[in-house]
Design a protein around this ligand. Structure first.
Ligand SMILES: Cc1cc2nc3c(=O)[nH]c(=O)nc-3n(C[C@H](O)[C@H](O)[C@H](O)COP(=O)(O)OP(=O)(O)OC[C@H]3O[C@@H](n4cnc5c(N)ncnc54)[C@H](O)[C@@H]3O)c2cc1C
Length: 385
């Protein structure tokens, strides 16, 4: 532990870690303080799909920067990055219309995408059902990471090669400005000093600054996920996003047919009630991760989302997945939920407590995609201010 750091990050999830990464590249001394013995937040509970194609224009640009950053790190150190592309599979004429429009938008954005015929999709994705798929839109530059391991590997690289000090089991209970320095005090009374502190606390709103969160428009989303047993003799490359995703992801809102197609949807349907869309990603052990659903509560009512899993949601997701993909097995090996925070009215939550203490959270469902690129921009902003 140094006497004083240039920067302390509170929270070792993907958003905090990439803030640390960009500060280290600028030659700063950086410490991350994490309350758990290893990252257990949203960063290890997600799909690991790095999909700028699904974001609005601003976040697509951060996502594109993230792709470059991830690929650069992978070229120096193995973080299990796989460049195997993202596909959006349409299931009817309306969704075909939307992927064709998104393809045109991406041509004008100079972002590579390829329209696939039904036959091309069926030959590229084993098990894809001919009675589901009408065509696809493929983004070859996009990548996947393994959420359970990527952040550990990245921490290892940053401590071994970039000089990061990483303190686990270190719950920060107070941050304060003492004029010449800022102090992070832990639950054991230990003080860490720095020139600046950035708090990337994910959806932990109870310890630091609860009033700020309780009076904000931050909400929390609870997402249910499933993972099959390893699939025998089966390979599924990349991120597989399907019809309900086409109807949900922000990038499609720019399509000219989007509003009229959305207006025809049944607002009372089960998938609408629980914000369900079906995505697939094969993990390194051969299992397939399936999801997801969305239930919402305000930051101050986070506990109302409960600790349990709703089996009706799980069963619905499995039945919908079976209509899309004939996997060798749908036997489930694990189930979990993750929670992310997001703002109702902004794309991210940024609050300056005082000149040298910043809170950055609420990156929503785009953290694995956008954090690396956004953090680069944000470190520049905070340190050049
Ligand atoms: C099911 C699911 C699937 C998803 N899939 C994708 C996907 O495929 N692609 C994508 O781009 N995004 C995806 N996301 C979103 C993405 O996972 C999140 O945006 C991202 O992980 C948020 O990272 P974070 O660092 O803000 O939060 P977290 O990962 O929650 O990290 C916050 C950290 O801060 C620590 N902390 C909090 N308070 C303190 C304190 N006082 N002292 C010390 N430590 C503290 C916590 O312990 C935690 O480790 C998904 C999310 C979910 C839930």
């Amino acid at each position: 532990m140094k006497d004083k750091y240039d920067l302390i990050i509170v929270g070792s999830g993907v958003l905090g870690t990439f803030h640390a990464y960009h500060a280290l590249l600028k030659g700063m001394s950086v410490a991350i303080l994490e309350k758990n013995s290893k990252p257990e937040g949203t960063t290890v509970r997600n799909f690991g799909q790095v999909v700028p194609s699904g974001m609005d224009r601003k976040w697509q640009n951060f996502g594109k920067d993230s792709l470059t950053i991830y690929k650069d790190i992978q070229s120096k150190f193995d973080i299990n990055l796989r460049q195997n592309g993202t596909v959006y599979l349409a299931s009817n004429e309306e969704e075909m219309q939307l992927i064709e429009e998104l393809h045109q938008i991406n041509i004008s954005n100079d972002y590579e995408s390829n329209l696939l015929t039904k036959e091309q999709c069926l030959s590229k994705y084993a098990g894809l059902r001919a009675d589901y798929c009408t065509g696809g839109l493929f983004f070859p530059q996009e990548v996947t990471v393994e959420p359970a391991t990527m952040i550990h590997k990245l921490h290892h690289y940053m401590t071994a090669s970039l000089g990061l000090d990483l303190f686990m089991n270190t719950l920060v209970v107070r941050t304060e400005d003492r004029f010449t320095e800022v102090i992070a005090t832990t639950s054991t009374g230990q003080e860490y000093k720095a020139s600046k502190i950035i708090i990337c606390n994910g959806s932990d709103f109870k310890v630091l600054y609860p009033d700020i969160y309780n009076n904000s428009d931050l909400i929390v989303s609870k997402l249910q996920m499933l993972q099959t047993k390893p699939q025998p003799n089966y390979k599924l490359d990349g991120s597989i996003l399907t019809g309900l995703t086409i109807r949900r992801y922000e990038s499609f809102e720019e399509c000219k047919s989007y509003q009229s197609i959305k207006a025809k949807e049944d607002q009372e349907s089960f998938e609408k009630k629980y914000g369900i869309h079906i995505l697939f990603k094969q993990a390194l052990d051969g299992s397939v991760i399936l999801g997801d659903s969305h239930e919402y509560a305000s930051a101050k009512e986070i506990d109302s989302l409960g600790f349990d899993l709703n089996m009706d949601i799980d069963n619905f997701m499995i039945e919908e997945a079976k209509k899309i993909m004939d996997l060798p097995t749908y036997e489930i090996q694990s189930r979990w939920f993750g929670m992310y925070s997001q703002c109702k009215t902004k794309d991210i939550f940024e609050h300056t407590v005082d000149e040298n203490i910043h809170i950055i959270t609420g990156i929503g469902g785009k953290g694995m995609t956008g954090s690396a690129g956004f953090a680069k921009h944000n470190i520049d902003k905070i340190f050049n201010a």
